[in-house]
Design a protein around this ligand. Structure first.
Ligand SMILES: [Zn+2]
Length: 637
């Protein structure tokens, strides 16, 4: 058996936000690739690492907002990540946290090693600092004087710090990238890095004074400073393997690959290989870079923009349909648009229709004709070639992260099988005819191959297909190249088809209510008990209403009776605003009304809604009105 190993990591996710689609996508890619490799190599020779990045300013701020200590806060958010991956059926070998003791020890050892080698020096630095990014920006990197990520003006700060001599290794890195054309892939990101390296590389500030930041790993050679978050975070890729002495480090590091989204290209493509070089370690093999999911044209970012929660989609459509959509829809390295309608369309067309119907049709015929038993029969080879082609294409595409192509190749085989059935029409033939049996066996055999090919992408579906076909060997014991073996190698087989359950129920567009695209609350906000979910807010029907007439209510000092119009409807509303807005001031005003409040009686008058007004500490009350003219009945949201 080959001793080849495979080690693939996700970035460790920063715990200032809870998991969004971008995090889920990266982690699903690594899960898929490591599942594929576990079928190609010895399963224990494959290692999948993910985890959380837990130090830095932003974490301290988020924890303070949540009213928690940084440790309690990071424990909680890291737990949400772990739980999310579990519910999505992802299977990392390890979940690393940068606040763990072994990681802290590794970071300190790493720092000491390059400090002793003379690659760290103490100096003063003044520059434009973005507190959101926790880093200095050069004038050139700023866009119109603003942080390119946050669009905020950075603050000029000057302080004494420790610096890593990154510039010293610039020529080495350029050479390394030239000598290893697939070091960074796809190529567009390699080119981006090479073009960045055309300018001299500045040394990297790797410390933060403890007077400004406590929540970090102290420098081993000066405890008045903590380690800059990136310098701490990147080391997780080796600390997780037990560097420097771990057996796992020796086995896996020589075949290390990272997978990242393009926003963190620079730390991974420049800082990290140079850090490794300075510490006398081999660089990783490959850095694989994917694009962004765009939702309403906004970057899927933790700092701003709209967010789709992966678990909302998985709960609604099933983990496997969600997984299929993201793997099928994004071409590796390019951006893709997230659109729930497209997800439903894929689910119906590819999963329910093409695959699901094929599966049900074949199994039902075998049930009906042969009481569920089917034996292999020689002589019918109509699907052998398409199956061999699919195996070759799926393998080649998956190796280079072209998962969308791999799935397209599997679906070509699904179509070929559907066509084969339409051509041979077994449902019109005599069940006792040897050829009818052979056709149905070929179709069942191909479904077995489809399941084997599909397993890294849709593991639960593939396992259900195996159970349905009555195949007793565990799917995980079958190697990709054995997805289709000619029957003579396997000996005579008989399967017993079980009860036929549909693989994927169709989703009717009319019943599919979109999962709301949310404006991201920070993790800190989510933890505060009296916050409400957006769904709760949406239950309140706020409308613009036009006041037609207003009258005093005899005997009441505060109340005013209003007649208001909402589009075609008229209502009576009682408001306690007479002292601030006398009856004569109301007519023609457009106000904001809570339109779905249970009616109440005030001074014997039924009030069908509530008028919104703002009140400050002095008791001054101001009516809320639309900022510009808008139709009565317009929804406020
Ligand atoms: Zn910034």
């Amino acid at each position: 058996m080959s001793n080849e190993t495979f080690y693939l990591t996700t970035p460790i996710y920063y715990v200032n936000a809870t998991p969004h689609l971008g995090h889920a996508y990266t982690t699903i890619l690594v899960d898929t690739m490591t599942r594929f490799q576990r079928r190609r190599l010895e399963p224990e020779h494959v290692y999948f690492l993910t985890g959380t990045d837990e130090h830095g300013d932003k974490i301290v701020q988020a924890a303070a907002q949540a009213g928690e200590s940084p440790q309690a806060y990071t424990d909680r958010i890291s737990g949400i990540f772990q739980e999310t991956w579990k519910r999505l059926g992802l299977t990392p070998n390890q979940f690393i946290r940068t606040t763990s003791e072994p990681h802290k020890r590794a970071v300190q050892r790493f720092l000491q090693q390059i400090y002793d080698a003379g690659d760290i020096y103490f100096g003063e630095y003044g520059g434009q600092y973005c507190f959101g990014c926790e880093r200095f920006y050069t004038e050139k990197e700023l866009q119109d004087g603003r942080c390119p990520d946050h669009q905020t003006t950075p603050t000029f700060i000057k302080e004494q710090n420790y610096f890593f001599r990154m510039g010293k290794y610039q020529d080495w890195l350029i050479d390394h990238i030239h000598c290893h054309p697939d070091f960074i892939r796809p190529e567009r990101f390699r080119n981006e890095v090479l073009s960045f390296l055309k300018d001299p590389l500045e040394d990297l500030c790797i410390s933060r004074p403890r007077t400004r930041l406590e929540w970090g790993i102290p420098l081993p050679f000066d405890d008045q400073y903590v380690t800059y978050v990136w310098f701490d975070a990147l080391i997780n890729y080796i600390s997780a393997l037990g560097w420097p002495d771990g057996e796992a480090f020796r086995r896996f590091w020589p075949n290390a690959q990272h997978l990242i989204a393009k926003d963190i290209l620079k730390p991974h493509a420049i800082y990290w290989p140079i850090m490794l070089k300075a510490a006398g370690l081999l660089p990783y093999r490959h850095l694989n870079v994917h694009g962004y999911w765009k939702i309403e044209e906004a970057k899927m970012s933790k700092s701003r923009g709209s967010v789709v929660r992966p678990l909302d989609l998985a709960d609604k459509y099933g983990v496997e349909a969600f997984r299929y959509f993201v793997l099928r829809e994004m071409t590796f390295g390019l951006d893709a648009s997230f659109n729930e309608e497209a997800l439903v369309a894929r689910l119906n067309a590819d999963l329910a229709n093409d695959l699901g119907n094929l599966y049900s049709r074949v199994l039902k015929l075998i049930q009906r004709y042969y009481d569920g038993r089917i034996s292999e029969l020689p002589g019918e080879g109509g699907l052998v070639d398409p199956t061999r082609v699919a195996i070759a294409e799926v393998t080649a595409a998956t190796e280079r992260f072209a998962f969308s192509e791999a799935l397209a190749a599997i679906w070509n085989l699904v179509s070929a099988t559907n066509k084969y059935l339409v051509t041979n029409e077994p449902w019109k033939q005599d069940p006792g005819d040897v050829r009818t049996k052979a056709v149905l066996f070929s179709a069942a055999e191909t479904l077995r191959a489809i399941a084997v090919l599909l397993w890294p992408f849709l593991p639960q579906t593939a396992e259900r297909m195996f159970r349905g076909l009555g195949i007793s060997e565990p799917i995980t014991s079958i190697r990709i190249e054995e997805a289709f073996s000619s029957p003579q190698h396997l000996g005579p087989r008989q399967w017993r088809v079980g009860e036929v359950e549909p693989l994927f129920p169709r989703i009717e567009a009319a019943t599919a209510k979109p999962v709301p695209v949310k404006t991201e609350p920070t993790a800190a906000q989510e933890s505060v008990a009296d916050l409400i979910a957006i769904e709760e807010f949406r239950r309140i029907d706020l409308r613009v209403a036009e006041v037609i007439e207003a009258a005093a209510i005899p005997g009441s000092k505060k109340l005013v009776k209003l007649r208001v119009r909402l589009q075609d409807e008229e209502r009576t509303v009682v408001a306690g605003l007479k002292e601030h807005y006398p009856p004569e001031s109301w007519e023609g005003k457009r106000i904001i009304l809570v339109a779905n409040l249970k009616p109440t009686k005030l001074m014997g008058i039924a009030s069908q809604g509530m008028v919104l007004a703002a009140e400050d500490e002095s008791g001054r009350i101001v009516l809320l009105t639309p900022e510009a003219p808008i139709a009565s009945g317009a929804k406020v949201r």
